[in-house]
Design a protein around this ligand. Structure first.
Ligand code: M6R
Length: 619
């Protein structure tokens, strides 16, 4: 949550800052602001609302300069307003900074600083940091007679020692205009290294097209940026050499192309993203999956007798599908834990338990904390992650990347199907290490290989989904019902509808209906039944009839050519037939499209739904 950018070099800073904020807007869009240094002061422009509003303000009140910082906000402390927008000013304007994270001890810092005469003008936790840097700067100046880079660094270091909580920070100094100090603890920061210029960003997307050379800051690292020079240090161990990585992303990954929304683009990318998740990972000869990134020996892998999958939101739903897959094919007991719960629980885990953190962004605060807690206990802790170089990807002992490319729409779509694909590879991998036969492994592989084409065909339901959306868009309550592999899909379909169209929706195992939710059924409450042919097809059909008998409208997701369902349901959306255990991959597609179209019809902002941000980097 919240996105940070920074620039120092020969260009006009504003251009990169604004473009970078546009690209980071998925992280928060309550307000945006930038600060740019000139010879004698720091000019700040900030505004509540989207980055486009800030761009409008900058047209009226331009700022020029070669060093600057910027911020797009997801409000935590203080309502969205011009005043609470970042950047924030410390002291009498000696320093200006942007912050991503939460300062837990801000109210005691605020009191202390107010006692020292600092005047607070915002409701944010960040303002305490700004005044604290200014205060330490003033203290340091009493000891030396000249303001230097070294002194500024000391002031920042002393400030960091007093902060409790998380931060990604970028600080400007009025009296040393060509200096940015950046620091990280718990909130991501990436540095871009160009020719005679440096960039700062919360993730790599703003850097695409500017540089492909990046340095990922780790916790407690501090970067001092001056024109043509980057000094990197660790809070405790001092100076260190930056480790430079090359970015693989290209501009097309973050462009909308011909699509109206990122969500639609990402839904349509799924045949390709599924291929990416499978590429190089299917071993025909051995009839298994190749997952080199697990970084564990065959002996260690064979010892595993329990798997814990931990995640939040959509990634947690993918984990539930993973549980069914791994238990069925590898016969290893699996638990799926909300990361926000696992981090504070202390379930018994032995050294034969293996943990997988599932996350698109690799930055979700709860998932990161749960993973760290498991690592602390000495458990092998791996990641199923999309964003290369993200905190979770770097801190895990190993793992599997999704290779889905940037997911920008707040509603997760392609990440879900990629996560399920990777989890199916894990099921195959562990299955073949145990009792799954060669023939069964080969059949699994063949089925997986067919999936990109099946997804392609599932997308052909688009027009049918659109028509269904038009019929039901005015309804205010939905039920999503499925069983077995399609129960998590029901949860995921309901989440998609809730988050982008603000309609109340509940996902349930279809048979659980009778234990309560069936009381909700009436003519104004459509039930979306996920009922492809399977071993329990007739059971789900009975559940469907129970809803019909009570006058509830039914939208069914069924296999192509299923006439039986057509006779019972009010509307049917057809998907291609696939093996039962791979059905979540195709059944998710019409549900993603349904939520997309209903949201559009209700005039909602599909890519930037209210109150949400793409990656939840605060607890
Ligand atoms: O980046 P992560 O996968 O860790 O994110 C977890 C959830 O915040 C995320 O899946 C969220 O639920 C999505 N907005 C749902 O579409």
């Amino acid at each position: 949550m919240c996105g940070i950018v920074g620039y120092i070099g020969p260009r006009e800073a504003t251009q990169f800052l604004l473009e970078g904020l546009h690209r980071l807007e998925y992280r928060g869009y309550d307000s945006a602001g930038i600060a740019v240094t000139s010879t004698d002061n720091i000019k700040v422009r900030k505004k509540v609302g989207r980055v486009s509003e800030l761009a409008g303000l900058l047209d009226e009140q331009p700022v020029a300069g070669h060093t600057g910082i910027g911020h797009t906000r997801w409000a935590t402390h203080g309502a969205p307003s011009d005043t609470n927008s970042h950047p924030h000013t410390g002291g009498n304007g000696e320093i200006v900074l942007v912050h991503n994270g939460v300062i837990e001890n801000y109210s005691s810092l605020r009191k202390q600083l107010q006692g020292l005469g600092y005047v607070f003008t915002t409701d944010t936790d960040t303002e305490a940091v700004a005044h604290l840097v200014a205060h330490h700067l003033e203290e340091q100046l009493k000891l030396e007679d000249e303001l230097t880079e070294e002194l500024c660094l000391r002031a920042v270091k002393l400030t960091l020692l007093k902060l409790k909580g998380t931060y990604g920070l970028a600080v400007l100094f009025r009296d040393i205009p060509d200096l940015i100090i950046a620091a990280r603890n718990g909130s991501p920061l990436v540095l871009g290294v160009g020719k005679g210029e440096y960039f700062i960003a919360s993730d790599a997307s703003p850097l695409i097209g500017y540089t492909d050379q990046v340095v990922y800051l780790s916790d407690h690292e501090i970067a001092v940026l001056t024109p043509g020079k980057l000094d990197l240090m660790h809070r405790d161990t001092g100076s260190m050499a930056p480790s430079i990585h090359t970015l693989a992303q290209v501009s097309a990954d973050i462009d909308l192309g011909d699509y109206e929304h990122y969500m639609l683009k990402e839904i349509y990318e799924q045949p390709q993203t599924m291929e990416n998740a499978l590429r190089g990972r299917l071993d025909d000869d051995e009839a298994t999956a190749k997952l080199g990134g697990l970084n564990l020996s065959p002996q260690e892998l064979r010892r595993v007798d329990r798997i814990v999958l931990t995640a939040c939101g959509t990634s947690w739903h993918a984990g539930l599908v993973g549980e069914y897959l791994i238990e069925e094919f590898a016969r290893i007991p699996v638990e799926v834990e909300y990361a926000s719960e696992l981090r504070y629980r202390n379930p018994p885990m032995s050294d034969r338990t293996m943990i997988f953190a599932i996350t698109q962004s690799g930055e979700t605060a709860d998932t990161l904390a749960a993973m760290r807690e498991c690592k602390r206990k000495g458990l092998p802790t791996l990641a199923i992650c999309n964003v290369v170089g993200s905190s979770i990807a770097r801190e895990a002992h190993g793992g599997v990347y999704l290779h889905a490319g940037p997911e920008i729409g707040v509603a997760s779509t392609k990440a879900f199907t990629s996560q399920v694909t990777v989890l199916s590879l894990l099921a195959l991998f562990f299955g073949r290490m145990r009792h799954l036969s060669y023939g069964a492994g080969q059949r699994f592989i063949r089925n997986l290989q067919e999936m990109p084409e099946k997804i392609h065909r599932a997308l052909e339901c688009h027009e049918a989904v659109k028509a269904v959306a038009e019929r039901y868009a005015s309804m205010n309550n939905f039920l999503y019902l499925g069983r077995h592999y399609n129960f998590p899909v029901a949860l995921e379909g309901a989440l998609k509808l809730k988050e982008i169209s603000y309609i109340h929706a509940e996902g349930y195992p279809a048979a659980e209906m009778k234990h309560g939710p069936i009381a909700l059924v009436d003519q104004q409450t459509p039930s979306v039944f996920i009922v492809p042919r399977s071993g329990i097809y007739s059971k789900v059909l009975s559940n469907l009839e129970e809803v019909k008998a009570r006058g509830g409208p039914v939208i069914a997701i069924a296999c192509e050519g299923d006439e039986k369902v057509a006779q019972l349901a009010d509307d049917v959306i057809y998907i291609p037939e696939v093996e039962e255990y791979l059905q979540p991959l195709v059944c998710a597609i019409p549900l993603q499209l349904l939520s997309y179209h209903i949201a559009l019809l209700r005039g909602c902002n599909v890519d930037r739904p209210r109150n949400l941000a793409k990656s939840v980097t605060v607890e």
